[in-house]
Design a protein around this ligand. Structure first.
Ligand code: CA
Length: 372
């Protein structure tokens, strides 16, 4: 955290130094009592999101990002957040920011697989990277450059802006004892996980979070995954489903995204551009910390207060899903040259990080579990 703040401060200082000479008097002085100085001019941005307004963790994560930009810029740039459906429907934010209806958006890349299936690598891959590993690939392993290249055709700049860690496997009203229990199952599961369910004989459905409770209650869908205890408790899925399965094989560390309209960003002074991009990094870091803390209490509430029955997917089901996932991901790579480039980057990083994780995270977690 300290390193992030130091980086942010130094970036801002550098941006200020580089652009300082050309700044107009509209900008507040860097000296004196900045907190009470009123900026002469405020640039107003809209941020549209795929989440309900202020939904715990996700909607509040988007608010957190907007607040950071507003505070760090001393309100020279003011971002206002719109929940799903307020300005545009949840699954139309990509197009809205692309065409400039809003300057920013907050969502997840796998929602846009209809535009290009390769985008899904930038959110999550079944049996793929954890949150920590994903951040490594994006920031330091070439992932973000590829993501920015992928979105540039759509006039967008993506930034990682949140992660929830390993998700839960979802809510079911029947037990999953073998792979055949997935046959005919109509389940809300986005991204590549949805394609895996499809090949296992189920019917994947892509619905925004805000519609899931009603869809479960009315029987439009038989099962749903959402996120994990913190978010699932907030939606009340324990009222409409009996069994809560783990692990979230389909979403081991989904990167959420901030999408920024390219022209809107480039029209900002350099220091405000830096604030927008660095605020995304802070928001990304803070969301993971929040989920790591909040999921624990919510899980206990689900088990002790709501008597939710927790189930683990059987090993043979996970093993079958794993082999289907490998097929699905490889096919995606063969689609075109760019998809192959993304797949190669992701796969070579994944191979190396899995090897290191054996000696680090996994070895440590095993030892800790054995010596409670
Ligand atoms: Ca999910």
């Amino acid at each position: 955290m300290k390193r992030l703040i130091t980086l942010l401060v130094s970036t801002l200082l550098l941006a200020g130094l580089l652009t300082g000479c050309g700044e107009t008097t509209a900008a507040p002085s860097a000296e004196g009592n900045q907190s009470s100085s009123k900026p002469a001019k405020t640039i107003k941005w809209k941020m549209v999101t795929t989440w309900p307004k202020n939904f715990p963790g996700l909607g509040t994560g988007a608010e957190n990002l907007a607040n950071k930009i507003n505070t760090l810029s001393n309100n020279r740039l003011h971002v206002k957040v719109y929940g799903a459906g307020e300005l545009v429907p949840a699954l139309e934010i990509f197009d809205a920011v692309s065409r400039g209806t809003a300057q920013m958006g907050h969502g997840a890349a796998y929602y846009w697989k209809g535009k290009n299936p390769t985008f899904q690598f930038f959110s999550t891959v079944p049996f793929g990277l954890t949150a920590q590993e994903m951040n490594g690939w994006l920031y330091n392993g070439g992932g973000l450059e590829l993501w920015q290249e992928a979105y540039s055709k759509h006039n967008l700049i993506p930034m990682p802006a949140g992660n929830m860690g390993v998700q839960m496997g979802g809510w079911f009203n029947k037990e999953i004892k073998g792979i055949d229990d997935l046959k005919g199952l109509k389940m809300r599961i986005p991204g590549l996980g949805g394609e895996v369910l499809n090949r296992a004989g189920g019917t994947p459905v892509n619905l925004p979070g805000g519609e899931l409770f009603t869809a479960m209650q009315s029987g439009t869908i038989d099962a749903t995954e959402w996120v994990g205890p913190y978010n699932d408790l907030a939606f009340g899925f324990h009222k409409v489903a009996k069994y809560y399965y783990y692990p979230g094989w389909h979403e081991p560390g989904t990167a959420l995204e901030a999408i920024i309209n390219k022209e809107a960003l480039e029209a900002l002074p350099k220091d405000l551009q830096a604030i927008v991009l660095e605020a995304c990094k802070l928001a990304n870091h803070e969301m993971l910390a929040e989920y790591t803390a909040r999921n624990n209490d919510a899980l206990q509430t689900l088990i002790t207060k709501h008597k939710v029955q927790i189930r683990r997917f059987p090993d043979d089901v996970l093993s079958k899903l794993r082999s289907i996932s490998d097929e699905v991901v490889k096919e995606l790579a063969g689609k075109d040259a760019f998809s192959q480039k993304v797949f190669d980057s992701y796969s070579s990083y994944r191979e190396k990080v899995l090897s290191w994780s054996e000696y680090s995270e996994r070895a440590y977690l095993n030892v800790r579990a054995d010596n409670k």
